[in-house]
Design a binder for this molecule. Sequence first.
Ligand SMILES: Cc1cc2nc3c(=O)[nH]c(=O)nc-3n(C[C@H](O)[C@H](O)[C@H](O)COP(=O)(O)OP(=O)(O)OC[C@H]3O[C@@H](n4cnc5c(N)ncnc54)[C@H](O)[C@@H]3O)c2cc1C
Ligand code: FES
Length: 353
Amino acid sequence: MASLLKKLFGRGEPRVATINPLGVQITVDGSQTLLEAALAQGIAFPHSCTVGTCGSCKCRLTEGRVSAITDFGYTLSRQELEAGYILACQAQVKGAITIEIENPGADLPAPEVFAGRIIRTDDLTHDIKAVTLGLDRPIDFVAGQYADITAPGLPARSYSFATAPERGGRQEISFFIRKVPGGQFTEKLFAGALAGAEVSVSGPHGTFHLRPGEAPIVCIAGGSGLAPLLSLLQHARKNRVRRRCVMLFGARTQADLYKVEQIEEIARDWLPSLRFVPVLSHEPAESGWAGLRGLVTDHIAATLPEGDRAEFQGYMCGPPGMIDAAIAELTRLGVPLPAIHYDKFTDAGTGKR
Ligand SMILES: Cc1cc2nc3c(=O)[nH]c(=O)nc-3n(C[C@H](O)[C@H](O)[C@H](O)COP(=O)(O)OP(=O)(O)OC[C@H]3O[C@@H](n4cnc5c(N)ncnc54)[C@H](O)[C@@H]3O)c2cc1C
Ligand code: FES
């Protein structure tokens, strides 16, 4: 009986993970996740939330078997699951495995905890505010990353930096925050109950940032997902990055578009070219809007030049449904899965509603 159980459940098999392209091997204790074991053995394994929601610890299982503590499918797309991607923070190792992690191509600053205060909120649309915080000292981050904000009596919530980083760090930081009906943090924020509030800020977190190289880029933003992409584009322009760029921005109506002038200004200076494409899903037919209508993901194919789609890198932020649809469309068009980078703006209700 004992040997049958051992055979079935693999008890006693050495749990060893080979991590490529580092070419290192680690042992994984039965009570640990793959991420916990890697960090305990000194591997700089990309990670952030550790609870299966951010996707930073995504890696590709090339040999062996793991089991998922929480379903990888809440965070990873169908295409990623089919290609063998797993979340190391949610993976328990069965026997010997081999995984591949991405070389992030940038030195990401180590997260720290800061004392902060909400010093200003400005309406961008009827349900998105620019929220500015003052910190006790400058924070160093890479364009595209996010911070976790904890207000008194509330759970921590993640928000992406909306401005480009500065040499020496930024002591005043901004975020674009969308009101989520029934949401603990955003309902209070929009009711004005957090004006001047002392908050704790932990960051920077996440691995979403512009990868090096000369590949053309396609950016896709939905709602407040514009924040990290604006940070990324501002930073790239400041650093004279010269890559062809297409920027799609999905919103419901003209009233939900914001920062358009700023994007158009970036587009004017951008070399060799930045094409900005706003797409409205619920704009009244009689409004006179001459731009594109429908879901932003329905317009990717017509916007990406045929012939060199496989050369593109994809950068996307926004609601989980938009990200999943965009990954499906980009991969259908031939953009390689490892060249697609995103932050899904998941919330406490994601996967439960
Ligand atoms: C990496 C990352 C970056 C992000 N960046 C941004 C950003 O830049 N801007 C931005 O606006 N947002 C961003 N988000 C989302 C943000 O972190 C919050 O999730 C969002 O603001 C909602 O927070 P909340 O406390 O108001 O709502 P929550 O309290 O999280 O509730 C959200 C919704 O879920 C419902 N809900 C809660 N629990 C359950 C349950 N058990 N079952 C069913 N429904 C439930 C609530 O009623 C509500 O409708 C980001 C998220 C991630 C992961
Ligand atoms: S660290 Fe694993 S999903 Fe966030």
